[in-house]
Design a protein around this ligand. Structure first.
Ligand code: 3PY
Ligand code: MG
Length: 287
């Protein structure tokens, strides 16, 4: 299957714009997913290129990418004149890290390895100022050179995503999705397939029986990715997923995921360079 073989599913009834934390961002719209560019390379120039390429959002990966605190700050500062939202996948579910990331101007965070409602609550509280959370206020404009949003504006506009990427998270999915303030659940299919002892292709085809170890079976059976989309919809929040594979992108899109990371800067460079050189009769070098 290729992307072009699969027409966009325009029949899926997405929720409308407002998430349960009152956030005004639109994570769902009219049946067309928000396609994201995922940046690993810790370069504000690359982020600007991704933003200008037309992605609906861009995420800086501070967990597995090259972004450290300084690189996140610089990339956010250098691209703040562009309107497309830039999120950060933070290195961990840590209030200090999340606070610094938001102070630097991220439109939101994607928090890895959120396995329970308590962990989702911790992520949300780190993002929101009191009374909804515990975020510390530091509106000193060092990073941003402009006024910080008000407490109310910040609390209402942040895009808070929690990653479901373990069997434990799948078992707790309904509880995680019900945590007030969670704006979207974002599936990490690489970690999820490893933790379930399966593959992404089997997750896509899965009917629950692809998981070899019966004791770790995460839920009531059925396709777990479709279940994520359904549970998110039932809870009025967005659903997202990561890929760099165009076939998987088409399949995730057909499942109704509302926010799909469609490629990384690394995968785009590799595929464009590989295609160009293959067209000139060059083989891809081993390793
Ligand atoms: C995953 O697929 O596990 C991810 O976290 C994507 O980077
Ligand atoms: Mg992961």
């Amino acid at each position: 299957m290729t992307q072009s073989d699969t027409p966009p599913d325009t029949t899926v009834p997405f929720r409308d714009a407002t998430s349960r934390n009152g956030s005004s961002y639109d994570d769902s719209f009219s049946g067309t997913p928000l396609l994201g560019g995922w940046s690993m390379l810790a370069s504000s120039a690359v982020v600007e290129l991704l933003l200008r390429s037309g992605f609906d959002w861009v995420c800086l990966d501070a967990q597995h990418g090259q972004y450290d605190d300084g690189a996140v700050t610089e990339a956010l500062a250098m691209t703040r004149h562009l309107e497309t939202p830039v999120l950060v996948r933070v290195v961990a579910n840590d209030a200090a890290v999340i606070g610094r990331t938001l102070d630097a101007g991220a439109a939101g965070v994607i928090v890895p390895m959120v396995n329970s409602a308590a962990e989702a609550e911790r992520a949300v509280r780190a993002c929101l100022y009191p009374p909804s959370g515990d975020r510390s206020r530091g509106p000193f404009e060092v990073h941003r050179g402009r006024d910080f949003p008000s407490v109310e504006e910040a609390n209402a506009s942040l895009q808070i995503g929690v990653m479901v990427e373990t069997a434990r998270a799948l078992r707790n999915l309904e509880e995680i999705a019900a945590v007030p303030g969670v704006g979207f659940i974002f599936v990490g299919p690489l970690d999820l397939s490893i933790d379930l002892g399966t593959t992404i292709d089997d997750l896509l085809d899965g009917d629950g029986e692809v998981i070899a170890d019966g004791e770790r079976h995460p839920g009531p059976g059925g396709n777990q990715l479709e279940r994520v989309v359904r549970v998110c919809r039932d809870n009025g929040i967005g659903s997202g997923i990561f890929t760099t594979n165009p076939d998987h992108l088409a399949a995730f899109r057909a499942m109704g995921f509302g926010r799909i990371a469609a490629a990384t800067d690394v995968s785009l460079l590799q595929s464009a360079a590989g295609d160009l050189l293959a067209g000139q009769g060059r083989n891809r070098p081993a390793g």
